[in-house]
Design a protein around this ligand. Structure first.
Ligand code: 8IG
Length: 280
């Protein structure tokens, strides 16, 4: 572990450290680095969503994430390790997290959810989580954006520690899904199943997920959504189907295909995200 990602007065991995203290330190560092005292909304950009920040508003400041307490350097090609402060046309400030730490990196669940906890500590009231994922519905061609309506957390873990009981009945807020539908009435909704990864599913696992009620399979988002709700944020999540899930597609999955589908869909989903964020 590098000194920048684990050192500091409160190392996030230390069991005696309160991860919310590190989130507050990170929020203070962000206020200092960006000159923006308070952010109103946060965006987490997943695979394929990297270009969306430009359309959301004017970038006021850009900071390498690993310079902020508790954040790690990105581990995946195609992910951007920066954190931006973006001013919306309304004058509100968005904190745009250009990369996430995934469960499959093995750095622990605290790092996975540090971004949303930090967003809450900066003052954000809502978070928009985006991701690239596999689709089970053959009608959803690669490049189709889908709103997450509910999830199956198949990771066997939680971001919450101790007896922290949180109601997840309306985790993906109906109010925010209504806003998204106002922007694009054709947006489909689906249930997202999170697997740990980093391998993709077998065809049998995709069939299992489908029988359990999943429409989408991916390696992120549910753990972050749970932590975001616990931190008091309203949650909206949008998936970009970048590939048909294993066995649904006649061809094997590749990371190159994922990047390509993301690039092709970029203009449409960037516009979509900017319009939604502008109305939240
Ligand atoms: I992009 O097909 C992307 N991420 N688990 N399965 C899982 N994660 C993904 C997939 C997929 N595509």
């Amino acid at each position: 572990m590098s000194a920048t990602s684990s050192a500091g007065p409160a190392a996030i991995d230390d069991p005696t450290t309160d991860p919310f203290d590190v989130a507050r330190e990170a929020a203070a560092a962000i206020a200092e680095a960006t000159g923006v005292a308070r952010h109103d909304i946060a965006l987490v950009l997943g695979s394929g969503w990297g270009g969306a920040a430009e359309l959301v508003g004017e970038t006021v400041a850009e900071v390498p994430s690993h310079e902020i307490p508790g954040f790690s350097a990105p581990a995946v090609v195609g992910h951007v390790g920066t954190l931006r402060s973006v001013r919306l046309p309304s004058g509100a400030h968005a904190l745009v997290l250009g990369s996430r730490t995934h469960l499959y990196e093995g750095r622990g669940v605290r790092r996975v959810v540090h971004g949303v906890r930090t967003a809450a500590a900066t003052g954000a009231r809502a978070v928009v989580l985006t991701n690239g994922c596999g689709g089970l519905n053959a009608d959803w061609a690669p490049g189709t954006p889908v709103l997450i309506r509910d999830h199956l957390n198949l990771t066997a873990t939680s971001p919450l520690e101790g007896a922290t009981f949180v109601d997840l009945t309306d985790l993906y807020a109906q109010r925010l899904r209504d806003v998204a539908h106002e922007v694009d009435p054709t947006l489909a909704e689906g249930v997202y199943a999170q697997f740990r990864g980093p391998h993709y599913e077998t065809p049998a696992e995709v069939q299992m997920a489908g029988r359990l009620g999943a429409d989408l399979v991916g390696m992120s988002t549910t753990i972050e959504a749970i932590a975001a709700r616990h931190a008091g944020l309203e949650v909206l999540a949008i998936s970009l189907v970048t590939n048909l899930a294993a066995g649904i597609s006649p061809v094997p999955l590749s990371h190159a295909e994922v990047i390509e589908a993301g690039q092709a869909a970029a203009p449409r989903i960037s516009r979509l995200l900017a319009d939604i964020v502008g109305r939240i």
